[in-house]
Design a protein around this ligand. Structure first.
Ligand code: SAH
Ligand code: SF4
Ligand code: F3S
Length: 487
């Protein structure tokens, strides 16, 4: 069997004419073929070809992009930040229309680069590609795109790359769904000290506004042994913080041969030596168990931060959204969390302008914000997504009204978030240093357990380390501080 470790010893000059059966061996075979082509390029041009991976969308897409970059790097590409490269891939998002518009806009710029570099290849993948209308539009109006694939066959990237490097003309491979989970392909992590880990794929919740279940397919959990093995390996490789990823991590484990709850999985992750911090994303309020709250409370490693999307504070709208909880149930849950874990940060997502939403409904949302006192919140204007039940609801809200509600919600959310952030003033807490400050290189930037950003004087050698910092000045949503000897 081929594997990442064995890949370097494959003699690609002696490759058999046909690929092996089964994954991931098949992909390693194609990676070896791609490497041959990359070396040809190098001989002809006197330099390695460059590749750029640009991510739109959520943490799950970001993790997928690390897999794409892993393969590109393994076959010999130099990964670069500029999109003026020999191979450019956009990993797209379609959760709201503005995500799509961004892609179309930037494709125009890529076309300009391609005119100057005719050997350039342009690839599109990710959620947006799973929509048939998008494919049609790209086929008709963006003829310079060379490769299109989707979310279900991302593991086939090496094979598709080989085809596109071989052939002139466009390669399109889109699957409607899959039950396959292919592991053990190379990954190029963005940060050496922290990493996302997929624990499940897809979503079965079908919130009535949301396109994710249509473009990411049915919910599937990864085997716990696979997840733990991956995390152990990451820990050996210097990772201290892991983020467990899924659209609804609280329903992890359903459908496994030996079902295991998300709380039980967390207990296992906790045991892994070298891992100092555990985060997860995203939790659905309807599935958040008391068991999970207890595990969070008693854990040494699970960060005291919970992202718990509210979407709306109006029970009537929540029902139309198919969220399956009421305003009161959400409030109770938040209260329980604050009672059990007093220093927890609760963050959320809110949609304004869902069909049928009135100013009274917005008032209900404002009421929940006041009562829960979110530590941070992402607010979104409702975006109509083709094929979702909400798109065909008759009572769509006029944009002007939605904007008025949005402005009120945003204002309150910012006020409470500011006040909540200020709660830590004067304390000393542990910060995981993530990098040098972009505007002031004498500072480094890191995150507290509750996800708040902290800037303090320090050098690059601190990156990836957990250090005690005194939180001296609260500046809205972040702190300025100084390093201390102990917490
Ligand atoms: N699985 C996660 C959310 C994934 S999408 C969850 O259920 O919490 C991230 C956020 O995008 C959602 O929480 C929601 O607030 C927002 N969103 C999803 N579809 C949207 C739409 N059609 N219009 C506006 N915002 C949307
Ligand atoms: Fe979308 Fe709802 Fe699934 Fe989240 S839980 S991805 S909002 S359908
Ligand atoms: Fe966007 Fe797909 Fe994530 S639609 S939010 S990238 S799952």
């Amino acid at each position: 069997m081929y594997s990442e470790n064995h890949f370097n010893s494959i003699d690609w000059r002696e490759l058999p004419p046909a690929p092996p059966d089964g994954e991931p061996d098949r992909q390693y075979y194609f990676m070896a073929r791609c490497r041959r082509k990359v070396e040809e390029f190098e001989r002809e041009n006197g330099r390695r070809p460059t590749a750029n991976v640009t991510t739109f969308g959520c943490q799950m897409n970001a993790r997928d992009s690390e897999k794409l970059a892993g393969i590109l790097r393994a076959v010999g590409y130099e990964i670069v930040g500029t999109e003026d490269a020999d191979f450019v891939i956009y990993n797209t998002c379609t959760v709201r229309d503005n995500a799509n518009q961004k892609v179309y806009g930037r494709l125009g710029v890529l076309n300009g680069y391609k005119r100057r570099n005719p050997r350039m290849k342009i690839a599109l993948c990710g959620c947006m590609m799973q929509e048939p209308e998008v494919l049609e539009k790209i086929r008709a109006s963006y003829r310079f795109v060379d490769l299109i694939f989707g979310t279900h066959n991302l593991f086939k990237f090496a094979e598709l790359l080989d085809t596109v490097l071989e052939e002139q003309g466009r390669v399109v491979d889109l699957w409607k769904d899959t039950d396959q989970i292919v592991e053990e392909l190379p990954v190029e992590r963005k940060y050496p000290f922290k990493s996302g880990i997929n624990i499940m794929f897809g979503c079965d919740n079908f919130c009535s506004y949301c396109i994710v279940p249509y473009v990411r397919g049915r919910e599937r959990s990864r085997q716990p042994e696979e997840i733990l093995r991956e995390i152990r390996r990451l820990a050996e490789d210097g990772v201290v913080e892991v983020m467990l990823l899924g659209q609804n991590v609280n329903s992890y484990g359903k459908g496994l041969e030996r079902p295991l709850s998300f709380a039980e999985l967390l207990r296992e992750v906790e045991k892994i030596e070298g891992i100092r911090r555990i985060r997860f994303m995203t939790s659905h309020p309807k599935d958040l168990s008391d068991e999970l709250i207890a595990v969070m409370r008693d854990s040494e490693k699970i960060c005291h931060h919970l992202h718990l999307p509210l979407q709306s504070g109006s029970t009537r709208i929540l029902r139309a959204m198919n969220r399956r909880y009421t305003k009161e149930q959400y409030l109770e849950l938040a209260e329980k969390l604050r009672r059990e874990i007093p220093d927890i940060a609760i963050t959320t997502d809110i949609i304004i302008g869902f069909p049928g939403e009135t100013m009274e409904d917005v008032e209900e949302t404002l009421d929940v914000i006041r009562r829960v006192r979110f530590d941070n919140a992402f607010t979104f204007l409702y975006s109509k997504r083709t094929g979702t039940p909400a798109a065909s609801m008759e009572n769509q809200v006029p944009e002007e009204q939605a904007r008025a509600g949005f402005d009120r919600v945003l204002k309150l959310v910012q006020e409470t978030a500011r006040e909540q952030t200020a709660r830590w003033q004067g304390q000393v807490c542990e910060v995981l240093v993530e990098g040098q400050n972009e505007s002031d290189p004498s500072l480094v930037t890191g995150r507290m357990s509750n996800n708040t950003l902290v800037h303090f004087p320090g050098g690059r050698e601190l990156i990836g380390q957990l250090v005690p910092v005194s939180l001296e000045e609260c500046c809205g949503f972040y702190y300025l501080g100084h390093r201390r000897e102990t917490v």
